[in-house]
Ligand binder design. Structure first.
Ligand SMILES: [Zn+2]
Length: 270
């Protein structure tokens, strides 16, 4: 069993049929299909919107493959009612939350609390402005404890450069979206994982892969140690993540947890 927890449709020039064929070809059994709304609200970016309707349509057409997630604009008065409506239609999780607010904005916290009540894991993208990447989504990881304190029932799954670069204790001294070289001890991310059992990590995209691959001495032991809280995902149509995991020398138990068991425990496969 292999579950990819981070994918989109109508994305990278590929339709739902293209993505379904791709996942079947590379041996992925289930896919969390994420919506992505609102990135362009305050500023244009190159990102495209992936609507809830497109996600639900794909999940209806490929019910044995795609597990639908929804996303909303937290500042809308009926944001929580929108989520409830998508849950009634079969939605199993919330995300990708990629919003131009601080992660601890009260409107976002209200949405996260509602997701906890409904049993929906929350998958968020985090970016901060850096010389190499002028992005701004859900700033920033240091604010996350304030969120978690207010959302004890919610499962949070982090993703993106501003999440993963904090794997290293010297993140503040290396102003890059994708830092290279040795990971130093005392990173904010490992500290938060130690403190908050409801925090998980999404390995997808360049951010997750870079973080666990940049230091061969650090990456595989990190994956092994936190294997109950790390989830395989891609965001793209390559196989670099699974190839890395297969070559990382993980115990069979850790490999199984990362590649599907953790995902199944958060969103049971029907
Ligand atoms: Zn994504």
């Amino acid at each position: 069993m292999l579950i990819d927890v981070h994918a989109h449709t109508n994305w990278l020039g590929m339709t739902t049929d293209d993505w379904a064929a791709h996942f079947r070809r590379i041996g992925v059994d289930r896919v969390w299909l994420l919506a992505c709304v609102g990135q362009n609200v305050l500023r244009n970016t190159m990102d495209t919107e992936i609507t809830n309707e497109d996600v639900m349509d794909a999940a209806q057409r490929y019910p044995d493959l795609f597990i639908p997630f929804c996303a909303v604009l937290p500042w809308e008065a009926d944001a929580i009612q929108q989520i409830e409506r998508f849950v009634e239609l079969g939605c199993r999780g919330y995300g990708e939350h990629k919003i131009r607010l601080c992660i601890d904005n009260p409107d976002s916290v209200r949405v996260f609390q509602a997701c906890g009540e409904m049993g929906l894991p929350v998958l968020f993208h985090m970016d901060v402005p850096l010389p190499s990447s002028d992005m701004w989504f859900n700033v920033d990881l240091a604010r996350l404890p304030r969120v978690m304190e207010q959302c004890p029932k919610t499962i949070f799954i982090g993703h993106g450069p501003a999440f993963w670069r904090e794997i290293s204790g010297d993140a503040a001294a290396s102003p890059e979206a994708y830092p290279s070289g040795p990971v130093t001890p005392g990173g904010l991310l490992p500290r938060l994982l130690d403190e908050w059992p409801n925090l998980y990590c999404d390995l997808s995209a360049g951010s997750g892969l870079n973080a666990v691959r940049r230091d061969p001495e650090f990456g595989p032991p990190f994956l092994e140690k936190y294997s109950h809280r790390i989830l395989y995902g891609t965001d793209y149509h390559d196989t670099a993540h699974i190839e890395f995991l297969r070559g990382a020398g993980l115990s069979p138990e850790a490999f199984e947890r990362i590649t599907h068991l953790n995902a199944e425990s958060l969103v049971p496969v029907r």
